[in-house]
Design a protein around this ligand. Structure first.
Ligand SMILES: [Zn+2]
Length: 455
């Protein structure tokens, strides 16, 4: 099967971008430590960031109705035609904490060196905030006025679940009757080295994200002195239960967004593999088996099981009266929280162990790829990265995007930056950074997308 051709699209005439000013703005934003509040952050930092954005991007702030919703920012750029469905572009203001050890440049110093802006949040996700606002501001300064409403929605707690930020913004829009044609958030990116046979960058546009289930397991037992132990105590029983869960993950399946991604990327491979990927009706079991061998691709084809916490015992000579373990599942679209719980109970197969959902949500709905919006995103990518392969994908982590499912059928997840394998580890790790040229091209992407989508 030949890949669907993406009609090329000339970039419209766009306002000049000053790469140094963009880097300065991102560096200034990064130097304001907007760590999510539950992770030790400080509300004043968010207010400082709001002020900085308002000062740098005064034209788009003047053109928009701006609301402070808690520490989130919601901006509506009114369009000429109120009857057209709006579009919503989102990013988040908060960052994960950054211990200062190990960084080449301190994480909240906003250092520019060697052609990079360094620091926590340069990619995740202040790039999105600065890129979107700089793009919109440049368009507003060139007297561009949108044909339809454009919303910018910047939550402040994405890294801790988005329940006080994006969820509240989405609910406010829903209550006002807003129904968007599409939403664009972070999630996928232009990935290098995705598959051995593909040397071109692959623009992974997330069309869904996995669900989430953190399940706590508790075993109770008689306590007492360790000199006269029972045959099995709480620790042994819980260890057995956890081991059983690890040993019997949910089955693999190639469906929905994962299948769309495998079919699209398979079409880029050499003849032999292409034959396999083009005939998944025949080869799906072999492909599933191959994909399940590596953690990154395994996460695309099944609900994953990760035992993440284990807590029991107080002293070397005391029987533990109880033991707790936490297992985190990431749920493949098509599976459910209830299904995961039932699977866990069946595998543990021990009535004395309590299982309880601590934090659980279902997989997101899947956005369509046969829409004008998806074509527009794909064409804009193709115009800026002509050698890229554009593919739908499944986001295996959690983003703010899922909160917008209530107000849009099509929620896409794509951050317009190129990332090699080694860059991905920087996101919540050390030495997060972005090349100035990549920042500029990302902003170009937002300019072009805004221009085309909001004409
Ligand atoms: Zn993020």
């Amino acid at each position: 099967m030949a890949p669907p051709a993406i009609p090329t699209r000339e970039l419209p005439l766009l306002p000049e971008l000053d790469g140094d000013a963009l880097a300065d703005a991102l560096a200034e934003a990064v130097a304001i430590p907007t760590v999510s509040l539950p992770s030790g952050g400080d509300a004043a930092a968010f207010e400082q960031l709001h002020d900085m954005l308002r000062r740098r991007y005064s034209e788009i702030f003047a053109a928009c109705e701006v609301e402070n919703v808690g520490l989130s920012l919601l901006m509506r750029w009114p369009g000429r035609d109120a009857a057209r469905a709006p579009i919503i572009l989102t990013a988040h203001l908060d960052v994960v904490p950054a211990p200062s050890e190990g960084w080449t440049h301190a994480p909240f110093s906003g250092t520019q060196a060697d052609g990079f802006v360094w620091g926590r949040g340069t990619i995740d996700d202040k790039l999105g905030v600065i890129g979107l606002l700089a793009a919109a501001d440049s368009l507003a300064r060139s007297s561009f006025a949108p044909g339809r409403d454009v919303y910018f929605a910047f939550g402040y707690d994405e890294e801790v679940g988005g329940t006080d930020g994006a969820a509240v913004l989405a609910e406010r829009l829903r209550a006002r009757g807003v129904r968007a044609e599409f939403v664009l958030d972070e999630g996928g990116a232009l990935a290098l080295g995705v598959l051995p046979g593909i040397t071109r960058p692959v623009a992974l546009v997330g069309i869904a994200e996995k669900g989430f289930a953190t399940i706590e397991l508790v075993a109770h037992a008689e306590g007492g002195h360790s000199s006269m132990p029972p045959k099995q105590g709480a620790i042994g029983r819980l260890a057995r239960a956890t081991a059983r869960l690890e040993a019997s993950p949910l089955p693999t399946d190639l469906r929905g967004p994962s299948r769309a991604m495998v079919e699209r990327l398979g079409a880029e491979l050499g003849f032999g593999p292409r034959l396999v990927f083009a005939n998944l009706w025949l080869f799906a079991p072999a492909v599933r088996l191959a994909l399940s061998q590596h953690p990154a691709s395994n996460a695309i084809v099944r609900t994953t099981t990760a035992a993440t916490m284990f807590d029991a015992g107080t002293a070397a000579n005391v029987l533990a009266p109880s033991a707790q373990a936490v297992v985190n599942f990431r749920i493949l679209p098509g599976d459910t929280v209830a299904g995961v719980l039932a699977h866990a109970r069946a595998q543990v197969d021990d009535d004395t162990i309590e299982l309880r959902c601590v934090e659980c949500w279902e997989p997101s709905p899947t956005a369509r790829t046969e829409t004008e919006a998806f074509a527009l995103i794909a064409q804009t990518i193709a115009a800026l990265w002509p050698d890229a392969v554009v593919s739908p994908s499944l986001v295996v982590g959690a983003t703010d995007a899922r909160h917008y499912a209530a107000i849009a059928d099509d929620v896409y997840r794509f951050l317009p930056v190129t990332m090699a394998e080694e860059d991905r580890a920087r996101l919540h790790g050390i030495d997060e950074r972005i090349p100035k040229a990549v920042l500029q091209r990302a902003t170009r992407f937002y300019q072009a997308l805004l221009r085309a989508a909001a004409e």
